[in-house]
Design a protein around this ligand. Structure first.
Ligand code: NAD
Ligand code: TDX
Length: 339
């Protein structure tokens, strides 16, 4: 089978390319990425000599280029990871989120229909469901929870999902959608909570916790997200949505304290800063459907997964130093300078 992975030089896309090459050595992977600030071609160095791997630099919004690629390659499966993915950036400048996460999705689906792709898979997020109350710990997102978004990012992802379902019903596109909770693991860009805090702690810089740090996220190791997507795109039913999550809810402040403890740094580095606008309170996934219908099971628990992840960043300091130079410094100053 030939599989197109878009957004392949980003955090989850990179991990997914490695997952596929290892677990399906019979398949060919075409890795596509525009290499925005979040994409890093060096992430894929480990597979660049694999004969079943090929990289293409391309914009998913570029209809002409995408059609030409689909005509040449005749993909069996398209897995769309490409997106603008950071909530804080979407609050500063929403438009690129709409262009990539909505129009880009449309272009990929048009190409999938035109060139006979057998399965289009959309990588989505639990943020499309909005948030849950902090205190109602018996409430979880299921696949039938109504879409109810808070940020321009989540609204753009929900719009993408709605379009995918519309293409299924109107044009008969063979599709699946997966909605996962917060991921952690290797290669995550340090604008996101966990790698940002690891990097700051390493440099004895303040750790900027939004509000009181009581918001809850449901953490899943990126490897387990990849195994879930792999199952859904290959075995999931046409037209269906599958939630992916491993029941690992943590208050942000507890995650930050865990990182400090692992790095043997003092809690005095924690600085409470102005809250995110529209900050979602709690995410929590009910993964019953993917577990019972597709037999998915996570391999990691948070305690060992976070330790392994912290060690990865410590062992890959050059990677971190490269992605935190240049534009990152400007971003950090703009986002946190006067917060
Ligand atoms: P990321 O920002 O690390 O990577 C996104 C990649 O997409 C980057 O490599 C970027 O260069 C590429 N890209 C952006 N615009 C593009 C365009 N127009 N054309 C081609 N490539 C483009 O994001 P991530 O965390 O790896 O997330 C991947 C997907 O998973 C996203 O769709 C995101 O919504 C979803 N998701 C993420 C999480 C999470 O916790 N990170 C959780 C659930 C779902
Ligand atoms: O500096 C920070 N301080 C802080 O307190 C950052 C960057 C975050 N936070 C808080 C905000 C959130 O409550 O930590 C929590 C996690 O923040 P992010 O890492 O920005 O993730 P989140 O907003 O939860 O969204 C993530 O999960 C769902 C991904 O970025 C999305 O792409 C995915 O869809």
């Amino acid at each position: 089978m030939k599989i197109l992975v878009t957004g392949a030089a980003g955090f989850i896309g990179t991990n997914f390319v490695y997952y596929e090459l290892e677990n399906h050595p019979e398949d060919q992977i075409v890795a596509l990425d525009l290499l925005t600030y979040a994409g890093n071609l060096k992430n894929l160095d480990g597979c660049k000599d694999n004969p079943n791997f090929k990289f293409v630099k391309m914009d998913i919004r570029d209809r002409e280029a995408i059609y030409k690629l689909f005509e040449e390659e005749q993909f069996d499966i398209v897995a769309n990871f490409a997106a603008e993915s950071h909530v804080d950036r979407s609050i500063e400048d929403p438009e690129v989120f709409l262009r990539t996460n909505i129009i880009g999705t449309e272009v990929l689906m048009d190409a999938s229909l035109k060139y006979g792709v057998k399965r289009y898979h959309q990588v989505s997020t639990d943020e499309v469901y909005g948030d849950l109350p902090l205190e109602a710990t018996d409430l979880f997102f299921t696949e039938s929870t109504p879409l109810h978004t808070s940020s321009p990012y989540s609204a753009s992802k929900a719009s993408g999902d709605l379009l995918v379902m519309a293409y299924h019903r109107t044009f008969g596109l063979n599709m699946s959608i997966s909605r996962c909770s917060n991921n952690y693991g290797p290669y995550q860009f340090p604008e996101k909570l966990i790698p940002l805090m690891i990097n700051n702690a390493r440099h004895d810089k303040n750790l900027p916790v939004y509000g009181e740090g009581l918001n809850v996220r449901d953490w899943l190791h990126v490897y387990d997200h990849c195994s879930g997507i792999d199952l859904v795109m290959r075995n999931g039913e046409n037209g269906e949505v599958y939630n992916i999550g491993g029941h690992n809810e943590r208050h942000n402040i507890d995650v930050v304290k865990t990182i400090l403890k692992e790095l043997d740094k003092p809690e005095s580095l924690i600085t409470y800063v102005t809250d995110r606008k529209g900050h979602d309170l709690r995410y929590a996934i009910d993964p019953t459907k993917i577990e019972t219908k597709l037999g998915w099971k996570p391999k990691y628990n948070f305690e060992s997964g976070i330790k392994e992840t912290i060690n990865w960043y410590l062992n890959n300091q050059q990677w971190m130093d490269e992605v935190t130079s240049g534009d990152y410094l400007k971003y950090y100053e703009e986002m946190y300078g006067n917060r």
